[in-house]
Write a protein that binds this ligand. Sequence first.
Ligand code: NAP
Length: 507
Amino acid sequence: MTSSQSAAARSVAATSLADHKPHGMERLADTRLYRPFAFIGGRWRSAASGALVEVTNPANGEAIGHVPDMGREEAREAVEAAKAAFGPWRALLPQERARLLRAWHEQILAHAEDLAVLMTLEQGKPLNESCGEIAYGASFVEWFAEEARRIEGEMPMSHLPGRLMTVRREPVGVVACITPWNFPSAMITRKAAAALAAGCTVVVRPASETPFSALALAELAERAGLPAGVFNVVTGVPEPIVSELVEHPLVRAVSFTGSTEIGKRLLRQGAERMKRMSMELGGHAPFIVFPDVDLDEAVAAALDAKFQTTGQDCLAANRIYVHADIVDAFVARFARRVAALKIGDGFEDGVEIGPLMHERAVAKCAAHVADARAKGGRILTGGTSDGLFFAPTVIAGADETMDIFREETFGPVAAVFSFRDEAEVIASANDSRYGLAAYLFTRDHDRICRITEALHTGMVAVNCVKMTGHPIPFGGVRESGLGREGGRHAIHEFTDLKYVCAAYRAA
Ligand code: NAP
């Protein structure tokens, strides 16, 4: 079943939102952050058809609420609203745009706990991880509020007599942001804050599994005073809305985070209109451990790099390579730590592993485990599931014939490979269509320089796991994507260069 089919299956018949009582929203201190509507041109809207998409809590399968199932027509209206808002937004002085973005940032921080609750309800991740994501997502709004004032051009030395040459950056126009469910808030702010700072207006189409985080951000943008039409959110089954956004001539840039498969499809669609396309796609990170490191530190790092967001993370360590001299000791300690991870509802104290998002995610984990077992892998812990909860799993003795060597698992299954030398591990790590991130653990400075240069990825973490944040250019090479998010480079995704050559008379 494809994503769009699964969402379509949850679309319910034309009905009134008033007939649907939300579950779990009583946890919110500010209940107006639960917004079961789309947000277009500064108005909270239902679908013309009355159709709804049900949103469920993956921890217990209960419906937590519904959002309108908008279609092509409403997506078009959102683009037109964003286009109408573009002229005045672009005309604001940068410090005025910065002030509004700062106000949005303050609103997000002031309601961080509620935003985290909404996220755990619809995404299932442990509440402390949701809190972390809200802070992480907010940091992009703050960073780009600051960057709004530092969008600079160039004045090349003229190669022609009597000419003043300037190159400036201009906002591209309306930007469509299409985001996944694994980071329901930060993937929106990382895109939208950069686009807004550049002077663009935005239409967000959040994943149908996690629309409430996006809608709460819209509510807070409105409270912060962002003008109508500057930030729009269109909810519903993906295909018609996303197709309209990618094909509409007024949308000048598309920023997508999701699977490589859908990313390629959108690139083909966008090519017809020569759109600016930025793509943050799948990852298959190698995690390489040499014997000169502290074993317990490496084990703790592998735990972090693999199991955050229950393994549903594009940065997840999908191929753990451990030097043959220490691999037995490593897997024994690693499996012990993994077996002790606490699984459960993200609202329970101490929970470290939440539910997966879909049954197809559970099926993929189970298939990777079964395939590895059949090919000689040893399952040291886990390998079983209960509903959407998949027990964190360690596969020892993984090799390159296994599906898990080629495919992103996107779940809590850790495969440990062993290697003998540097050349072998570099060749294996690079033997992938993906190239988002890599992790390297060694104390040998020369080796760090050689391997970071040799790895074909957009990002490398050396002797650490946490590497992302607002100032860095996040993104991959190969089939992990195009373009960068975060840092100064992100502004480039949403601006065009304009060169002006002005003749002047000599005195
Ligand atoms: P996905 O299925 O590609 O979905 C991503 C977005 O595309 C969602 O909004 C989805 O809507 C929408 N979509 C689904 N089918 C579509 C269609 N036929 N036409 C148009 N839009 C469609 O990916 P996912 O499973 O949600 O996310 C997991 C993937 O994202 C993984 O590969 C992961 O590595 C990648 N990811 C990458 C980054 C990064 O920064 N590089 C960050 C996070 C995730 P629905 O959800 O409503 O189906």
